[in-house]
Design a protein around this ligand. Structure first.
Ligand SMILES: Cc1cc2nc3c(=O)[nH]c(=O)nc-3n(C[C@H](O)[C@H](O)[C@H](O)COP(=O)(O)OP(=O)(O)OC[C@H]3O[C@@H](n4cnc5c(N)ncnc54)[C@H](O)[C@@H]3O)c2cc1C
Length: 443
């Protein structure tokens, strides 16, 4: 008996999440990708059930910076991001909920000629997709960042980029999906995907089985483990990012979302500043990632300044994830990198010296699901009929989520997506002989 067949043993209870038994589609994961997928499925008349092991949006989708950024995107992602930005811009009107949308523009401060050259080239690509992109001289930077100090060579500015409050945006998406008929089940762990003779037949959850012929895995960093249980390998690295927020700052100007080499920052809804180290990330060493380390070597080699390896409790917790029970998910609250908070706050203080006396109100960390080429997986799984994967957002999947949700919904309904070229996001690419890892993860 194979592992996959062994998982077909029926649990005792059958969940009936509504008037009908079972579900048209089960979406595993109530982050922004799962919720957007559920919203799109519900819009097309399909009734999905979202199972979320905690609260809606409790992992990456509530911890991110909330940048809705077209600027600097990889070629394959540009069309998705243009579509997604337009959705975000009208999302408050569509859902009737405040999501903290501001068309603030995104400003990337540039310190060296290589980066200026890279962004000049990117501006040509962006404009080909009707994204207004400007390359700014230092005087224009001062206009966008009144009162700032800094010695920048230039900047690139995309006025139609923006920001949302990620907590509000994810909740608004789940609520809208619910209004259209999706069933949202928080505090419900999906233990395993049940497969018989190569076809999905259900999902075993802590409350029993949900019968279904269609499953979308949108489980963020846990996507790798759920696929591994089915014998499918997804090279995915857990990357730990730290962010922080000041309390309200009286009289601080309205500024775009900003990204410089040392610090990224934006205004928050409560009048403070959210800030984080732009190119600083921790990798918690985990045994389960070792078999895919070859896929990531070139990225690590080219981004030595960005990644810091950390050996600690995560390695032991990772061994426990093989247990395949609820214990798998316990105790994973990511540790805040206090040094990163200090360094990024100092970098912010160099740009705005008046902020050095403002207290830091809170800090937090989140695990990002990084793929070797820094592109997401939005894909059917050829070996298992009825299984679709939406994971590996690589630290920038909040902005693209409306488009990702539409793509995943198309894949569920017809097995293909005609609105975008999704071949760069295929799960099978990692097995291809000519697969190339990303060398640069952030410009
Ligand atoms: C600090 C930080 C800053 C970031 N900044 C930005 C940014 O500015 N802009 C941007 O576009 N992106 C940003 N990102 C990335 C962005 O947050 C993610 O790409 C996006 O939120 C991914 O959404 P998701 O739904 O795929 O994953 P998640 O939000 O992680 O959701 C996955 C969900 O699945 C649930 N789950 C997992 N396993 C199971 C199971 N077995 N059963 C039930 N539920 C399960 C989890 O509890 C979780 O809620 C940032 C990320 C971080 C951490």
């Amino acid at each position: 008996m194979s592992d996959t067949e062994r998982k077909t043993t029926k649990p005792r209870t059958m969940i009936t999440p509504g008037p009908r038994s079972g579900a048209d589609v089960v979406v595993i994961g109530g982050g922004i990708v799962g919720c957007m997928t559920a919203l799109e499925l519900a819009k097309s008349g399909i009734r999905p059930v979202v199972v979320e092991k905690g609260a809606i949006g409790n992992e990456q989708s509530s911890r991110n910076w909330g940048y809705i950024r077209q600027q600097g995107r990889a070629d394959a992602e540009i069309p998705l991001m243009v579509e997604a930005r337009d959705t975000w811009a009208s999302f408050e009107e569509y859902t009737g909920s405040n999501i903290g949308w501001r068309e603030s523009g995104n400003l990337r401060l540039l310190e060296n000629p290589q980066d200026v050259g890279w962004y000049r080239d990117w501006a040509v690509k962006g404009r080909a997709h009707d994204i207004p992109v400007e390359i700014l001289q230092p005087e224009a930077i001062s206009t966008l960042l009144p009162g700032s100090r800094g010695d920048w060579l230039a900047a690139t500015y995309t006025p139609t980029d923006g920001q949302v409050d990620p907590v509000l945006a994810t909740q608004a998406t789940a609520a809208m999906a619910g209004r259209l008929g999706a069933v949202i089940l928080p505090d419900t762990v999906a233990h395993s995907i049940l497969v018989r003779r190569g076809k999905v037949i259900g999902v075993a959850t802590q409350q029993g089985m949900i019968a279904t012929e269609s499953v979308v895995i949108a489980a963020g960093v846990w996507t790798r483990r759920l696929l591994a249980d089915l014998g499918i390998n997804l090279p995915l690295q857990w990357v730990r990012l730290t962010a922080a927020e000041t309390g309200p700052v009286d009289g601080f100007p309205d500024i775009p979302t900003v990204w410089s080499r040392d610090v990224s920052f934006r205004r928050t809804q409560n009048g403070g500043l959210l800030f984080a180290g732009s190119s600083r990330a921790d990798i918690d060493v985990m045994p389960s990632a070792l078999n895919n380390v070859g896929h990531f070597l070139s990225t690590f080699r080219h981004n030595r300044q960005t990644f810091r390896l950390s050996v600690g409790k995560a390695a032991f917790r990772d061994l426990r994830t093989r247990l395949g029970s609820q214990a798998r998910y316990a105790g994973w609250e990511p540790t805040v990198n206090a040094r990163s908070v200090k360094r990024s706050f100092e970098a912010l203080g160099k740009i705005y010296p008046e902020l050095t006396d403002v207290p830091v109100a809170r800090s937090w960390a989140g695990y990002v699901d990084g793929t070797p080429d820094n592109l997401p997986v939005l894909s059917c799984v050829s070996a298992i009929e009825g299984l679709v994967v939406g994971g590996g957002s690589s630290g920038h999947g909040f902005g693209t989520a409306p488009a990702s949700g539409r793509i995943l919904s198309d894949l569920v309904r017809s097995g293909v997506c005609e609105r975008h070229d999704v071949s760069p996001f295929d799960l099978a690419r990692f097995q291809s002989a000519d697969f190339t890892s990303a060398t640069t993860i952030a410009r």
